[in-house]
Design a protein. Structure first.
Ligand code: ADP
Ligand code: GLC
Length: 489
C-alpha cells in the first residue's frame, strides 16, 4: 500500500474546540486513518482556545494580508493530532463560540473568516509548504466549502478533493457582493460554481466542486437526494449521486470507554453491568431525582434545536409522568426550549431533572448512569450520542431517520428472537409515536432479562472508527487512482 499524505480542513477539532459532533469526527479520523497508511494533518482556525491548547507551535508561513490582516500558519501538535493552525487575529481572536458573537448573532464577517480557512487549505494543496504537499484535501461542512472553489478557479494544479457534509441545514450563504473580497473570480459565480440562489453558497460550492462528496451515514446520503430532506440542494445531490456516498461515523473508543472512564464514579464492563447502579445513583443525585429503585431513567444529551425534536419530548411529558419514567436532560441551544425545559423541571422535581449548559463530564455520567438515551431527531445525519450509548449499555430510543436508523437495531419481535436488537426506533417522527416508543421502551425495561440482552448487544456492537476509517481510506485511494491511473495506490 502506497502511503497517502492528506489535509483535513475543518472549523472544529476535538479536543481543541468543539460545538458538536463535527469536532468528534475530525478529531478521531486522523488517528484511525494512520492504520491505513494515511497521514492526515488538520488545518484549523487559531481561535483563542486552540492557541491555548496546542503544544509547541512553530511558525511555518507568514501572510502579509489574508483577507484584511496579517496572519501566520503554525505547525503544532495536540497529542497524536498533527495540526496547522491559522493564526489570524483579525479573524479569530475573539472570545466564545467559533461562529456566534456575544449578541447571539453570527459573527458579521463569517464569510471572510471561513473563506480564509478554505483559501489557506487550497494553497497548502498547491504546495505552500514544500515539506508538506497533500495529495488530497478532505474538507468538512460549509466552513471549509470554498476550498474546492479556490482550487477549481486557480490555474495551478491541485490535489484531489473530498467534501464531507455533516449537516445540510447549515449552508453558509453570503451576499454576492463579497465575491471580490473573498478573492473569487467573476466566472465562479455560476450555477455550476459558487452561485446559490443569487448568493455565494459555501456549502453549495463544496458539494458542487469537490471530486467526491460524503455524508455521515448511508441513509442520510439517500435522504438528502429527496426534496423533503434536501434543503434546496437535492437537485444538485441527485446530479452528483455517482460521487456521493454515506459513511457512518464511529466514536473515539479511548474517550468513550465505560471500563476506563475516569469521569464516572464506577467504571464497568459487560460482565460488571451491576456497577451501573452506582452511576445511576450518582446521576440521580446530580439531577435531584428520587431514588425509587425500579424507575427507568431516560437520558438526553443534545443541542436544543428543531433538528433534535426535543419540543416533541415536551409534548410527551404527561406520558413520561404516567409511566413513572424519570428524565435527566443535558442540553443547550434555543432559548425557548431552554426555558421550557427549566420550567418542566421546576414543576416536577424528583422526576424531571434538567441541566442547561455544555458539560462533558455530565455527558459521561448520563451515558453511564441512565437506563435509556433518547434521540428523537427530525433529521440526523449520523448522531453520535446513540453510538456512545450503545457502548455504555444505555439503550437508545431513537427516531428512525438518517444515521439513527443505520446504527440502532429496533427491538421488534424478529430482532428480539434473533438476539440482535439494540434499541427502540420510532417513525414517523411525531410526538404520538415518540410517546408510544417511550411506553414500549418502558415495557422492555420491565422485562429485565430482555433489557440486559439489549444492553449487552449494544455494548458488543462495533461503534469504533475501524470500519469507517477503512471506507475513507478506500475512497481516498479510489479517487487518487481515478485521477492518476498510472500510479497504483
Ligand atoms: P450534533 O453534532 O448534531 O450536535 P452529534 O450527536 O453528532 O450531534 O454530536 C453531539 C456531540 O456533542 C456528542 O459528542 C455529545 O456528547 C456532545 N454534546 C451535545 N450536547 C452536549 C452538552 N450539552 N454537553 C456536553 N456534550 C454535549
Ligand atoms: C452533525 C450532525 C450529526 C453528526 C455530526 C458528526 O453535527 O448533526 O448528526 O453526527 O455532524 O458527523
Amino acid at each position: 500500500m502506497k502511503p497517502i499524505t492528506a489535509l483535513s480542513v475543518a472549523s472544529e477539532v476535538y479536543p481543541l474546540i468543539k460545538t458538536g459532533g463535527l469536532a468528534d469526527v475530525t478529531g478521531a479520523l486522523p488517528g484511525a486513518l494512520a492504520a491505513h497508511q494515511v497521514t492526515l494533518l488538520t488545518l484549523i482556525p487559531g481561535y483563542p482556545a486552540v492557541l491555548k491548547a496546542i503544544d509547541k507551535a512553530e511558525p511555518v508561513h507568514h501572510f502579509a494580508d489574508l483577507l484584511g490582516g496579517p496572519a501566520r500558519l503554525l505547525a503544532a501538535r495536540k497529542g497524536e493530532l498533527q495540526l496547522l493552525v491559522l493564526d489570524a487575529p483579525h479573524l479569530y481572536d475573539r472570545p466564545g463560540n467559533p461562529y456566534i458573537g456575544p449578541d447571539g448573532n453570527d459573527w458579521p464577517d463569517n464569510a471572510q473568516r471561513f473563506a480564509a480557512l478554505a483559501r489557506v487549505g487550497a494553497e497548502l494543496g498547491q504546495g505552500l509548504l514544500p515539506g508538506f504537499v497533500p495529495e488530497l484535501i478532505h474538507a468538512h461542512d460549509w466552513q471549509a466549502g470554498l476550498t474546492a472553489a479556490y482550487l477549481r478557479y486557480s490555474d495551478r494544479p491541485g490535489p484531489a478533493t473530498v467534501f464531507t457534509v455533516h449537516n445540510l441545514a447549515f449552508q453558509g450563504q453570503f451576499p454576492h457582493e463579497l465575491l471580490p473580497v473573498l478573492g473569487l473570480p467573476p466566472n465562479s459565480f455560476t450555477m455550476d460554481g459558487v452561485e446559490y440562489y443569487g448568493a455565494i453558497g459555501f456549502l453549495k460550492a463544496g458539494l458542487q466542486l469537490s471530486d467526491r462528496i460524503t455524508t455521515v451515514s448511508p441513509s442520510y446520503a439517500l435522504e438528502i437526494q429527496a426534496q423533503d430532506a434536501g434543503m434546496g440542494l437535492d437537485g444538485l445531490l441527485r446530479q452528483r449521486s455517482h460521487h456521493l456516498s454515506g459513511i457512518l461515523n464511529g466514536i473515539d473508543e479511548a474517550v468513550w470507554d465505560p471500563a476506563t472512564d475516569t469521569r464516572i464514579p464506577a467504571p464497568y464492563s459487560t460482565r460488571k453491568l451491576h456497577a451501573r447502579a452506582l452511576n445511576k445513583a450518582a446521576l440521580r443525585e446530580h439531577f435531584g431525582l428520587r431514588s425509587e429503585t425500579d424507575r427507568l431513567v431516560l437520558g438526553v444529551i443534545s443541542r436544543l434545536s428543531w433538528q433534535k425534536g426535543l419540543d416533541m419530548l415536551l409534548e410527551t411529558i404527561p406520558v413520561l409522568l404516567s409511566e413513572g419514567i424519570q428524565l435527566a436532560l443535558l442540553g443547550t441551544g434555543d432559548a425557548e426550549l431552554e426555558t421550557a425545559f427549566r420550567q418542566v423541571a421546576q414543576s416536577h422535581p424528583g422526576q424531571i431533572g434538567v441541566a442547561i449548559g455544555y458539560d462533558e463530564n455530565l455527558a459521561h455520567l448520563i451515558q453511564a448512569g441512565a437506563d435509556a438515551l433518547l434521540v428523537p431527531s427530525r433529521f440526523e445525519p449520523c448522531g453520535l450520542t446513540q453510538l456512545c450509548a450503545l457502548r455504555y449499555g444505555t439503550v437508545p430510543v431513537v427516531a428512525r431517520v438518517g444515521g439513527l436508523s443505520d446504527s440502532i437495531i429496533d427491538a421488534n419481535e424478529m430482532a428480539l428472537a434473533a438476539g440482535v436488537a439494540t434499541g427502540v426506533q420510532f417513525a414517523p417522527v411525531t410526538a404520538d409515536r415518540l410517546a408510544a416508543a417511550l411506553v414500549r421502551a418502558h415495557a422492555l425495561y420491565c422485562d429485565r432479562p430482555v433489557w440486559k440482552t439489549l444492553q449487552r448487544n449494544g455494548m458488543r456492537a462495533d461503534v469504533s472508527w475501524r470500519r469507517p476509517a477503512e471506507h475513507y481510506a478506500q475512497l481516498y485511494r479510489a479517487l487518487l487512482n481515478a485521477r492518476n491511473p498510472h500510479v497504483a495506490m
